[in-house]
Design a protein around this ligand. Structure first.
Ligand SMILES: Cc1cc2nc3c(=O)[nH]c(=O)nc-3n(C[C@H](O)[C@H](O)[C@H](O)COP(=O)(O)OP(=O)(O)OC[C@H]3O[C@@H](n4cnc5c(N)ncnc54)[C@H](O)[C@@H]3O)c2cc1C
Length: 503
């Protein structure tokens, strides 16, 4: 029998979880696992990660399978990342139902998992008379969805609170308590906590086929071997239709659209304190300037464009110019020379529901396969989605007995250096974000395997210089810790190697 840890490294299995050794039936002969799981979740975005963590409360064998080397590398990493109050979802929709109570759920999870969650206020602005009906409709939707505390403000009051806003502002609907998170960090924390409660996680592992068997189990074929499971949850985000067709459900189509963001240097963190949306106008356009959880200013999203594919996250000059022009409508003196990075994210709408609502339901062929067709706001809805899917799994025949020893808390591992002084905590590696070698080494010990992986857990490389100073050192730390050449270190998985041409 081969050395299990060698196989784990090769197949990209999450390294921080001892349960991932799969010692009950073993990872043998280079195969991913011969263990039989009760539930396999495909996709470790915020939705799959949240579900895995909720399922880890129960006495069942569960696993997540993810093609990227770490959780949260899909759409989850390229979202605006607000935990919205429930005023963007039309009343009566599944999205509205699943977003209810999101703020409470995220506050609790933030305490348990020790991940950042902050709240701020939001202005839905009317910059011209035509914006007012839509702005009022949002307020009405929020109230019909059970939210309270929306206040109509005159333009003069808006300007008193946010002096940089366009002086032409007529009025606004203000509400407090909008959450902000960094979703890839959350996805990691959720999977980490799930694994410490016995879940299994297989990263760098792409699902390429699914077969039903006579013994009632599904065989999930991956690039690293096969896994068998009684239930499958398809949480593959924009790839959910592809996974559905592997289970024989061919009627699902996802229409994709791409929004663009720009991030400003932290020196402008106090330019605006609240999220500033233009409250009306064309519903296919999103116009927002606001803070991020880590203190940057974010600008987005423009008129959503149709991408060529789920991978087509390019930022065009045209989109950038568009969001800057839209941003200047909101904050005329936007400091565009201090934009430090820009990126794009792709969301999807399914063909099974009207008006962009979520569709979460059983396969046409089996109540042991559940497809999650989630558009926006999937981050906000993720705790509600997890609870809803667990109900569907139970109705589909999964027996759910709560564990006596479920541990909801997660130690924030970067605190280890305070205790043990294992790594140099006085050596700053990322000067823009003040990230020490200790923090980076701990992130690598916990499971970061790529440059983006380190970035998502520590913020190293997210500052003004965008990794110009620290990326070389991070590559060296990764190379030394993983025992591979610097040329093999990637930004976000195979095909994104950063150093070429070294002998
Ligand atoms: C521009 C924009 C702004 C947004 N702003 C907000 C916001 O402010 N608030 C909010 O709540 N929502 C927002 N959203 C929506 C939110 O980002 C998404 O709904 C959410 O991230 C979806 O998460 P997910 O887990 O379903 O998908 P993903 O994060 O894409 O996860 C799916 C995972 O499945 C994996 N996968 C796919 N195929 C396979 C395979 N064959 N084998 C193995 N793994 C596979 C992928 O690699 C991926 O990691 C925004 C979206 C966009 C595009």
């Amino acid at each position: 029998m081969k050395n299990i840890s060698e196989d784990r490294e090769k197949s990209g299995i999450f390294p921080f979880n001892s349960a991932c050794d799969c010692d009950k039936e073993g990872i043998r002969d280079g195969e991913l696992s011969k263990a039989v799981f009760d539930v396999v979740v495909i996709g470790a975005g915020i939705v799959g990660s949240m579900l895995l963590r909720e399922l880890s409360r129960f006495e069942c064998e569960i696993a997540v399978v993810e093609q990227f080397p770490q959780p949260g590398f899909g759409v989850t990493k390229s979202s605006l990342s607000y935990i919205h109050r429930n005023h963007f979802n039309p009343p009566g929709t599944l999205a509205a139902k699943l977003c209810a109570g999101a703020r409470k759920a995220f506050r609790k999870l933030s305490d348990e998992l020790r991940v950042d969650y902050k709240e701020t206020g939001e202005f839905l602005l009317a910059l011209e008379p035509s914006h007012i009906p839509q702005m009022m409709k949002r307020k009405q939707w929020g109230e019909q969805n059970g939210e309270t505390g929306f206040r109509i403000m005159k333009g003069s009051e808006v300007l008193r609170r946010e002096p940089e806003v366009n002086p032409a502002v007529l009025s606004a609907v203000y509400s407090s308590g909008h959450g902000m998170i960094y979703p890839p960090e959350w996805a990691f924390a959720l999977v980490e906590n799930a694994c410490s409660n016995g879940a299994h996680a297989f990263f760098g592992t792409k699902v390429i086929g699914i077969a039903g068997n006579d013994d009632g189990l599904f065989t999930i074929h991956t690039g690293n071997g096969t896994i068998r499971s009684r239930f499958i949850v398809n949480a593959a985000g924009n790839k959910a239709a592809k996974i559905a067709s592997m289970t024989g459900d061919d009627g699902i189509e996802l229409t994709l659209s791409r929004g663009t963001f720009a991030i400003f240097d932290k020196i402008h963190s106090s330019l605006v304190r609240n999220i500033l949306y233009v409250g009306g106008g064309d519903p296919a356009v999103s116009q927002v300037v606001g803070p991020t959880v880590s203190g940057n200013l974010i600008l987005g999203l423009g008129s959503f464009k149709t991408p060529d594919s789920t991978e087509d996250t390019k930022v065009t000059r045209e989109s950038l110019d568009e969001i800057i022009a839209m941003g200047r409508d909101i904050v005329p003196d936007l400091p565009v020379t201090d934009i430090i990075t820009f990126f794009a994210g792709i969301k999807s709408v399914n063909n099974l529901e009207e008006g962009g609502d979520f569709h979460i339901g059983y396969s046409d062929l089996s109540r042991r396969v559940i497809h999650l067709l989630i558009g926006s706001p999937g981050v906000t809805a993720s705790p509600g989605i997890a609870r809803h899917v667990i109900d569907l799994l139970s109705d589909g025949g999964l027996s759910l007995v709560e564990k006596k020893l479920f541990d909801s808390s997660r130690e924030k591992k970067e605190d280890d250096w305070d205790k043990g002084q294992k790594w140099p905590c006085g050596r700053i590696v990322c000067r823009c974000e003040n990230v020490t070698e200790a923090t980076i080494q701990n992130a690598i010990e916990r499971g970061a395997r790529t440059i983006d992986g380190v970035k998502h857990l520590t913020r190293a490389g997210m500052g003004r210089c965008q990794g110009g100073f620290c990326e070389g050192r991070i590559i060296r730390y990764l190379s030394e810790a993983l025992g591979i050449e610097p040329t093999e270190i990637t930004k976000k998985g195979e095909g994104s190697e950063q150093i070429k041409g070294m002998e």
